[in-house]
Design a binder for this molecule. Structure first.
Ligand SMILES: Cc1ncc(COP(=O)(O)O)c(C=O)c1O
Length: 387
């Protein structure tokens, strides 16, 4: 493989040139069925005709507007996104380029909200052990996994971690004299597709509301329909103060979003925050197609149905190498008794792309547009390898 990239990824030996639907092809013309969607990014699959058309047409019209002005398409995208998140109480959005950048915005909102309302010293943000919130110095500090902290300190101060599911530990950690916010993935992605317990999320929402601590959901991997509701937190019936999105939001064009509700929509004032590319017209044009396509009851129902199909097939195998299957919608984790990485390599050799999360968990994040036939075909390949 080429030696020009910094050595940051365990790359598999394949170079793609083209994609169509749930399929990718490499430089040698070999085809691969994609159960990864670029880690939850290509949610409409590859080369989705309406998205291709929208981006191409937008590129020909105007591809960037400095944020001192406004573009028609970015405004339309922001309006549609806020409307899609209104049932969860969201009222306004800041558009960014990536998940980490969106989470940085969320942390800034929490700190400023708390400072203005409660005075100095109340700046801490609580996150969960096993969480993943990004790779910048601050979002690494927010990430509750020691392995990411090696070599890069000192970090932004003020993050503390609690074990997921432990209501008493959360109660103790959410000290209203020092804590500004709680940042949670409704379904943890990188640590193995771990949906949070409903009673836990409800308790978290109650503590946050009672203590005026912001309840912030990082929906960068699990949002935008991935779990079968537009926002994963909707399934818990709680109203967050902040939601962050990225990945699938523009179906493959870089984007990020911080959404704010009643308490937080107006925390930022001119000069507080910004991003050169944030809300770029190309990302907005693509995002409009994603929202128009995904945010319908029928489409979200299909995501749930396809997820149930995958889980049903996996369970029906009763396979001795499968220990546990979990997840919601098209966000599925499978714990196996053998190491995940050699399984990934064997799948790649047979034309199936899947992900791992940790050493013994397979992670499926297929495009929402995958067909039942493609699901069966991909699972058939996996079954052959597990056997
Ligand atoms: C839950 C979650 N938060 C934040 C991030 C960081 O997003 P990005 O890589 O776009 O900065 C990720 C990426 O995997 C994620 O899964």
């Amino acid at each position: 493989m080429a030696d020009v990239f910094m050595n940051t990824y365990h790359r598999l030996p394949v170079t793609f040139t083209q994609g169509e639907g749930a399929w990718l092809s490499d430089v040698n013309g070999k085809h691969y069925l994609d159960f990864t969607a670029g880690i939850a990014v290509n949610c409409l699959g590859h080369g989705y005709p309406a998205l291709v058309k929208a981006v191409a047409e937008q590129a020909a019209k105007i591809n960037h507007v400095c944020n001192y002005y406004q573009s028609d398409v970015s405004l339309a995208f922001a309006e549609k996104l806020v409307a899609a998140c209104a049932p969860a109480g969201m009222r306004k959005v800041f558009l960014a380029n990536s998940g980490a950048e969106a989470n940085e915005g969320a942390c800034k909102i929490a700190r400023k909200y708390s400072l203005k309302k409660h005075g100095p010293g109340r700046y801490r943000i609580v996150t969960l052990r096993g969480s993943f919130h990004g790779r910048t110095i601050t979002t690494l500090a927010a990430t509750g996994q020691e392995k990411f902290h090696r070599d890069f300190g000192p970090f932004t101060e003020g993050f503390l971690f609690v074990p997921p599911g432990d209501v008493d530990a959360l109660d103790r950690a959410l000290d209203p004299s020092s804590v500004a916010g709680l940042l949670i993935e409704a379904v943890q992605g990188e640590s193995g597709i771990i949906p949070q317990d409903e009673a836990y999320i409800k308790a978290a929402a109650r503590f946050c509301a009672d203590r005026d601590i912001l309840l912030m959901f990082d929906e960068i991997q699990c949002g935008v329909g991935r779990t079968g509701t537009f926002l994963a937190c909707e399934a818990y019936g709680v109203r967050p103060d902040v939601v962050t999105l990225a990945k699938g939001l523009s179906g493959g064009v870089p984007v990020g979003a911080v959404l704010g509700g009643e308490k937080t929509a107006d925390v930022f004032e001119p000069g507080d925050h910004g991003s050169t590319f944030g809300g770029n017209p190309l990302a907005a044009a693509a995002g409009l197609v994603v929202l128009d396509t995904v945010h319908t009851p029928q489409f979200l129902g299909e995501i749930r149905g396809k997820g149930e199909r995958i889980q049903g097939i996996l369970r029906s195998w009763n396979h001795p190498k499968i220990k546990e299957i979990r997840g919601r919608g098209l966000m599925i984790g499978v714990d196996i008794t053998v190491e995940a990485w050699p399984v990934l390599e064997a799948c790649l050799a047979r034309g199936l792309l899947i992900l791992s999360a940790g050493t013994h968990t397979l992670r499926f994040l297929p495009p929402y547009t995958i067909t039942n036939g493609e699901i069966d075909q991909g699972l058939g390949i996996l079954r052959g390898i597990l056997d």
